[in-house]
Structures are given as C-alpha cells and as structure tokens.
Design a protein around this ligand. Structure first.
Ligand code: MGD
Ligand code: MGD
Ligand code: SF4
Ligand code: MO
Length: 676
C-alpha cells in the first residue's frame, strides 16, 4: 500500500492521516498518523472513512453547460470561455458589483486566495464570502472588537493543562471528536467541566455541572454568571486593571442579572447560576470552548461578546490552559477567512477600506481595486431576490441545503442571469446552474489547510482527479488568465509564496517549513516558530475590551400556532449537506433517513410513536421526517439535523439575520409537529 500523508477533509480539528492506495491506484483506506500532535494515532469515524467518497461513481467528471434546459457535457475550453464571457458581460452591463463569488472552506488556502483574487482583481468586486458567514462570522465580528483577532486564542495542547473547561453551545464529542476526547481525558485527570447546552450531549454526562438553559438565552446566562462572580469577589482584579478597558460599563450592565432574574429568563434554577459562577470564578485557569450554539443567533455577536467578557473578567487569556476558543467547523474555514474570502478584507484581515492595504494589493496585482466592502453571502441572497445581483460563482458550497429558508434561497438563485457551480458532486445547487465545473477533492491536489488552532498544515495529492475533473486552483488560474492576469503557477507552493509576500501573519510560511507539525500563525518571518497562544502580553488590539450586552429574545419564539422550538445542527456520522458522507457507505449505513429528535413527553401529547413519520411545519415550509423519541432534547424542543435533502431542515429555518455579522438564526425558530 502506498501511503500519502494528508489533512482530514472534514472538521477543523486538523487531524492528519495516511491515505492508502493499492497497486491499481485505488484508495483502499485510511491509516491515522501516530506522530501527529492532534491525531496521536486516532481518528473519528469520518476520518476513518474519508477515502470512501473520493472514488464514488457519482463524481463529476466533465464540465456541464445548460443547453435546452439540460446540463450537457462540454469541453473545458468551451465551459471556461463561457464562464468568463458571461461574467464579463454582466459586469459591463450592470456593474462589477452585480456579481457574487462564494468561496469554500473545503478547499485549500491557495485556492481561496486565488478565488478572492479572481473576484477582486479579475472582476473588480469585493462581493466574495463563504460559509463562515453561516458559522463563525459572529466570532470574527465580536472578537475583533474585544481582542482584535477573531481566531481561537489558545492551542489544543492547553486542554492538557487547564483546571476547568466550559463548553457552551458545542457538541464537541460529535462535531470535533478528537477535541471532545481530549476534553474527556482532561476530566479523567481531574479537570472540572461545565456544559451549557439545552441538549443532553455526550459531554454533559461527564460534567460537574450541566446547564440546560433555553436556546437563545446565553447572554442572560453569561451576564448572570458574571454578576455573581463579581458579587463574590472572584474576578481577576489585577488582570482587569492591567489588561482591559471599560470594566465600569460592564459592571453597570450586569446589575439587573440577579440569579433570580437570570433563572426566569433561562429556565434554570438560581442555585445553578451561583454554582456555575463559583466553579468558573474559582478556577485558576479555565478554557472556554464554544461553537454554533453561541454564534447562530440574531444576537450571535452579543453572545460572543458575553463569552469574551467572561474570559476577560476572570483573567483567562494569554496564558496556557486558558482562552476564548471558538471551534472552527470546516477543515479550512479558518484558512478561508485568513485568505480574505470575506467581503471586507484581503488576506490576514487587511481591510479593503484601508487605502494602504488597497495600495499594497493593487501594486502586487497590477490593477486598481474597489474600496467598497462587498456583500455578505446572506445579504447577497436578498440582493439576488431583489434583482440587484445577476451573476453568481459558487465554488464548493451547497447553499440550497445549507442556507436558511430554502424557498428564499431557491428564489434568489433561480432569478439570476448566470450561475456557475464548481463542485465534486452534482449537488442540489448544481441543478440550478448554467455551468457546472468538475473539481478535485482533497485527495487529488496539493495545498495547505489551516485548522481551528490556526495551524497551517500540508495536504498532499495521492491520486489524480477523476475523468476530466481538475484541481480547483488550476480552474481558477485559467479564469484569472482569461481576465488578463498572470497565473501560470507551476504548483500551489508558488501560490503560497505569493500569499506570504502580501500577508504579514503568513509571512514566514512556506512549504519547506511545514513539516510534520505545520505552523500556527501569526508567523511573520522565516525564522519565526509560530504562535500557539495569542494575546500573551497584550491583546492584538492593545487592551482587552469589555463590551456590555443586553439580553434580547430570539426573533421567532414558540407561540400558540407554532408551539415548539426548532433547533438545527449536526450528527456524528454526517457532514452538512451530505454530499460526501451520504456517499460513504459505512457512514450512510449508520444514519440513512432524515429524522428529528422529539422529547417523549411532547410525543405523548402529539400521539407520536418512535420511528413514526411526522410533519414539521414552520411559517416558511414543512418537511416529513422520522421521529426519534429521546430526552436528549428537553420538552418543547425539536432538533433536526440539516444533512438530509429529502427532509431539509432549512425548509423550516428563519432567515432573520444578526444585524452585525449577517448570520442567520439557525438555532431558534417556531414549529408545529403533526403525526402522520
Ligand atoms: N459530524 C460532523 N462534524 C462537524 C460538522 C458536521 O456537519 N458533521 N460540521 C462542522 C462545522 S462547519 C461546524 S460549524 C461545527 C459545528 O459544531 P457544533 O456547534 O458543536 O454543532 P451543532 O450541532 O451545530 O450545535 C452544537 C450545540 O449547540 C447547542 N445549542 C443550540 N442552541 C443553543 C443555544 O442557544 N445556546 C447554547 N449554549 N447551545 C445551543 C445544540 O444543542 C448543540 O448540541 O461542526 C463541525 N463538525
Ligand atoms: N439549519 C442549519 N443550516 C446550517 C447550519 C446549521 O447549524 N443549521 N450550519 C451552517 C454552517 S456552520 C456551515 S459551515 C454551512 C456549510 O454549508 P456548505 O459549505 O454549503 O455545506 P457543505 O455540504 O460542506 O458543502 C461543501 C460543498 O463542497 C463540495 N466539495 C468538497 N470538497 C471540495 C473541493 O475540494 N472542491 C470543490 N470545488 N468542492 C468541494 C462538496 O461536495 C459540497 O457540495 O452550513 C450552514 N447551514
Ligand atoms: S476529528 Fe475532525 S479532523 Fe479529526 S478525524 Fe474526525 S473529522 Fe477528521
Ligand atoms: Mo460551520
């Protein structure tokens, strides 16, 4: 068996493994990397099965062009010329900002960089975004304000050193399994664990305290805990004095969040809030982990501010075993953000509105650049519905299933003059495209991927893409050349050299330096060893800033017509829109059918039995799925994973957005359930 060491294509944990290949060139399996600092010889079930979808017969193998209403095979030359000429026409006719580009947290740093260069330099628009909008955009906005950097502050090794871990809105053992198991190991050696999640997730069984507060009430919960910490004198006064600003404003804002009032808002007991404050405030070092339970709300940025306030209040920043740790989801969502696949920044969060940054990129690329920040992906959907967007270029995303309120997204994409999809499978979104380009998956290309702990690691090509499919970076380079930009890169290491030249935080990163362990950014120069822990002596912005927040209810809460709260998310075996895991037979076998978690008490009232089909309806649509009766969800809540096209959670979800980050409220809306 020929082994190729590469990065897992699923979650942001950043495990590496060897893809195994037999003499005929077929991938036969995966072997974990014993020496890797995250994997340590282990993988989760998705990692173990990461070879399975790669050579699936459904892979796209030829460019497709819509003719007479049907997607039909075409040559690369024809397809690329058509993409270039139609996008150019639309830009000429309606202005560059009538185009929108979606990049992908599934593709490499080099590919994200090239796509943002294509949007900005090739087509002169800042309208570029990616799935971080639906994911950690609230973290980027919130933590840039409070700390100056939106990334995870500490490294995963810190889990081995900390005294206490607070996991809030992260189902870590299922969604970041090797981080979840690291947390369980910490508990075994005596670290305390607090879980704040309305669902009885696996980690909650091992927690010293499980807070099952109502979804959407985290601001109240965290404010309540902070008020109690101050009440009992457990705050870190010297850290507050030396390293923070605006403490008085925070203190004033906490006044009304007494244990009693906090309990009323959250549905907890006042004692639980006091216990949480004593546990958290009493720890000498505490790590905060959070994910979508915090970010995916119409007040997601406020949630992030509250998390940040708690860490600053207790001095849990800038030391080993502490930190504010947003767990990044996709294998390269950190990298896609770092590479500037965002509407307002170039690489390394250099603002397009900053004349110096613009000048630098303008000089590097040899073209003038737009100073107007572009559209967020969620706003782009609204703009397409309003007829203001004409052309959409989607690389490695499946918004028909992943964006909130499917009818709204479908309306937007159907209204476009021209839609291009670049994917490895013919997704539900591809079905609406005018041109579909067949891409390479992770196993078929070289490139770097940045994990949740900001670790840049090398993915390596094991096999060629199937049929005529091409590496994404080559596809984008062809389009750059058609736009008159030089892009004859021999391989992705040359693209990384270009990235390092324009990106201070990646300045010292080069393929020759990314050995077994990769490098954590910021890594400003070739001699720099990388930075596992941020904000050590001071925060990126200088002082850590307290940002007081007020509890605000979710936009659509249960009422008489729609009496249950719908929460959506993920399961252990499947990945997002299912394109890859539903084509991996061992994973598919574990969970074949769309389902919903329903509490047995609600089921009894509704006359629903285990495995019975139910209809779930919201103000936006209805789906039919199988009921799984479980006390994992509290009474009054239904949980639906969004992996299944035939029972798509996003038919139901509310596209109400956070006004600052533009993230949809995936975690709370109102539904009713009927037995069928
Ligand atoms: N197997 C698998 N792993 C994945 C993914 C996948 O699709 N499948 N996706 C990856 C991606 S991109 C991401 S972003 C991550 C997401 O990882 P997670 O955020 O861990 O996953 P979710 O299931 O979206 O939600 C996590 C938890 O938030 C809780 N929650 C919901 N609402 C609230 C609330 O208001 N407050 C609090 N405190 N908790 C709440 C839910 O009950 C749930 O247990 O997972 C990554 N890993
Ligand atoms: N209801 C609900 N909706 C949600 C969420 C939720 O919690 N609830 N979570 C949101 C979050 S956090 C996220 S991150 C998004 C994810 O949303 P998406 O990113 O749209 O979901 P994926 O299924 O991961 O889509 C990735 C696509 O890339 C393709 N692909 C894989 N590898 C490659 C490659 O190398 N090259 C190319 N060109 N294509 C490739 C896959 O086939 C797939 O079609 O979903 C969001 N939607
Ligand atoms: S924990 Fe994440 S990175 Fe590691 S094997 Fe599982 S899916 Fe892959
Ligand atoms: Mo995500």
């Amino acid at each position: 068996m020929k082994p190729t060491l590469t990065v897992c294509p699923y979650c942001g944990t950043g495990c590496m493994f060897h893809l195994l290949q037999d003499d005929s060139g077929r991938l036969t399996g995966v072997e974990p990397s014993g020496g890797h600092r995250i994997s340590r010889g282990q993988l989760c079930v998705k990692g173990w099965n990461a070879h399975a979808f790669v050579q699936h017969p459904d892979r796209l193998t030829s460019p497709l062009i819509r003719r007479d209403g049907q997607l039909q095979p075409a040559s690369w030359g024809e397809a690329l010329d058509l993409v270039h000429s139609r996008l150019t026409q639309l830009a000429d006719q309606h202005g560059s900002d009538s185009l929108m580009f979606l990049s992908s947290a599934k593709v490499s740093n080099e590919e994200n960089y090239l796509l943002m260069k294509l949007a900005r330099a090739g087509f002169r628009t800042n309208n570029i975004d990616h799935c971080a909008r639906l994911c950690h955009s609230s973290s980027v906005t919130g933590l840039v304000e409070t700390l100056g950097s939106g990334a995870m502050t500490n490294s995963l090794d810190c889990i081995d050193k900390t005294e206490l871990i607070l996991v809030i809105g992260s189902n870590t053992t299922e969604q970041h399994p090797l981080i979840g198991s690291r947390i369980l190991q910490a508990v075994q050696r005596g670290a305390r664990l607090i879980v704040a999640d309305s669902r009885r997730i696996r980690l909650s069984r091992h927690a010293d305290l499980h807070l099952r507060h109502r979804n959407g009430t985290d601001v109240a919960l965290l404010n309540g805990i902070m008020r109690q910490i101050v009440e009992e004198g457990l705050e870190d006064t010297s850290f507050i004095a030396d390293r923070t600003e605006s403490f008085a404003a925070l203190q004033a804002s906490l006044e009304s969040y007494t244990p009693q009032r906090t309990a009323e808002i959250t549905g907890l007991e006042p004692e639980q809030i006091i216990d949480a404050a004593r546990l958290f405030g009493g720890a000498k070092s505490a790590m905060l982990f959070y994910a979508m339970g915090i970010t995916q709300h119409s007040h997601g940025v406020d949630n992030v501010r509250a998390v940040s306030n708690l860490a600053l209040l207790t001095g849990n920043l800038g030391r080993p075993g502490t930190g504010i740790n947003p767990l990044r989801g996709q294998n390269n969502v950190q990298g896609a953000c770092d590479m500037g696949a965002l509407p307002d920044v170039f690489t390394g969060y250099q603002k397009v509105a900053d004349p110096d940054a613009r000048q630098k990129f303008s000089t590097a690329w040899g073209v003038p650049l737009s100073s107007t920040p572009g559209l967020m992906s969620t706003h782009a959907i609204d703009a397409a519905v309003a007829g203001r967007l004409k052309g959409f270029f989607i690389l490695g995303e499946n918004p028909i299933l992943s964006d909130a309120n499917q009818a709204h997204v479908r309306q937007a994409l159907e209204k476009l003059d021209f839609l291009v999809c670049v994917d490895i499978f013919r997704t539900e979104t591809c079905e609406l495209a005018d041109v579909v380009l067949p891409a390479s998956c992770y196993a078929e290309k070289d490139g770097t991927f940045t994990s949740t702990e900001r670790r840049v690691q090398r993915g390596r090509k094991a096999i060629p893409p199937p049929g005529e499919a091409r590496e994404d970076w080559r596809i984008i380079a062809e389009l750059l050349q058609r736009c008159g930009m030089p892009a004859d890169y021999a391989d992705p290491s040359e693209i990384m050299a270009e990235i390092a030249g324009v990106t201070p935080s990646y300045g010292g990163i080069g393929y020759d330096r990314l050995g077994r362990d990769g490098l954590c950014w910021p890594c400003p120069d070739r001699a720099h060893p990388g930075t596992p822990i941020l904000h050590r002596k001071q925060c990126t912005r200088g002082k850590g800033r307290f940002s007081p927040v007020k509890y605000q209810p979710s936009k659509e809460e249960p009422d008489a017509a729609y009496p249950l709260l719908l929460s959506t998310g993920r399961t252990y075996f499947h990945w997002h829109t299912g394109t890859m895991t539903r084509r991996s037979h061992l994973l598919d076998r574990e969970e074949r059918k769309a389902f919903a978690e329903l509490n047995p008490l609600d089921a009894q009232k509704l006359g629903v039995r285990e495995m019975q089909t139910i209809r779930i309806s919201s103000r936006r649509g209805s789906i039919e799925v199988m009921a799984e009766l479980t006390d994992r969800v509290p009474p009054g809540q239904v949980f639906v994973p969004f992996h299944f096209a035939e029972g798509a959670a996003n038919v139901l979800t509310n596209n109400a957005l956070d006004p600052e980050s533009g993230i949809p409220e995936f975690k709370v809306c109102a539904v009713r359930v009927e037995a069928l």
